[in-house]
Design a protein around this ligand. Structure first.
Ligand SMILES: CC(C)(COP(=O)(O)OP(=O)(O)OC[C@H]1O[C@@H](n2cnc3c(N)ncnc32)[C@H](O)[C@@H]1OP(=O)(O)O)[C@@H](O)C(=O)NCCC(=O)NCCS
Length: 193
């Protein structure tokens, strides 16, 4: 895959930008939240070295090898870290997969749905993707709601298709949004703050 040029996107009061070395503390702090450990595939317990590795190695490597576009979602005014949103598993056939978490203090304000909607538009527009997939552990109704608000369609359940950090297999919901899908009925930007 050709490398991807790291991008910055401002959408209302949110700014999506590549991860920077000084984000380590904020990532480490956010990932102490048990809900992130419960519903995503981040390591548990989440140690400082995990944040350092993510920010300094994994995230830049994804842009460099063209397989991922990981963004920090920050407050456009204060630069406070609010969330993480990424396209991963990008292929030259136009596929990718979205992944996200929102820092606990920033939840319930529409941050995640606006960030995912912004990333989705960018993926279809700037990257020319044809399909963005979504996966979540069965029962993650918050993630499902975010995905549906952003125009993703729930397609079903895959049995034992996710492998957690401690090697357990769990069932997951799968869904997708296609480049040709109509926009979602409600623009998530209307809800933010
Ligand atoms: C799920 C998560 C991303 C939601 O982030 P958020 O910024 O609070 O989401 P939003 O404010 O944009 O909410 C969007 C919609 O989802 C709903 N929602 C959010 N969290 C919810 C939950 N836990 N249960 C049910 N609905 C939820 C909101 O009510 C809103 O719906 P509405 O507009 O109809 O009221 C966040 O709780 C999180 O990071 N959880 C842990 C990590 C995770 O699950 N990541 C996804 C892995 S696939």
């Amino acid at each position: 895959m050709p490398s991807l040029e790291p991008a910055e996107i401002t959408a209302g009061s949110l700014h999506l930008r590549p991860w920077r070395p000084y984000d380590v503390d904020a990532v480490y702090e956010a990932c102490q939240d048990p809900e992130i450990g419960r519903w995503t595939l981040v390591p548990t317990p989440y140690e400082r070295q995990h944040a350092e590795d993510f920010v300094a190695r994994q995230a830049p490597a994804a842009w460099a090898d063209g397989t991922g576009a990981p963004f920090a979602v920050v407050d456009a005014t204060t630069e406070q870290l609010l969330a993480s949103v990424a396209l991963g598993n990008i292929t030259d056939l136009g596929d990718a997969e979205v992944g996200y978490w929102c820092a606990a203090p920033a939840r319930g304000q529409g941050v995640m749905s606006q960030a995912v909607a912004t990333l989705t538009r960018w993926g279809f527009g700037a990257l020319g993707l044809a399909r963005i997939g979504w996966r979540a552990k069965v029962g993650n109704t918050g993630s499902l709601r975010v995905a549906e608000k952003c125009g993703f369609t729930l397609e079903g359940t895959l049995r034992q298709a996710l492998v957690t950090g401690d090697g357990r297999r769990v069932d997951c919901w799968v869904g997708s949004r296609l480049a040709d899908d109509p926009p979602p009925p409600e623009d998530p930007r209307r809800r933010l703050r």
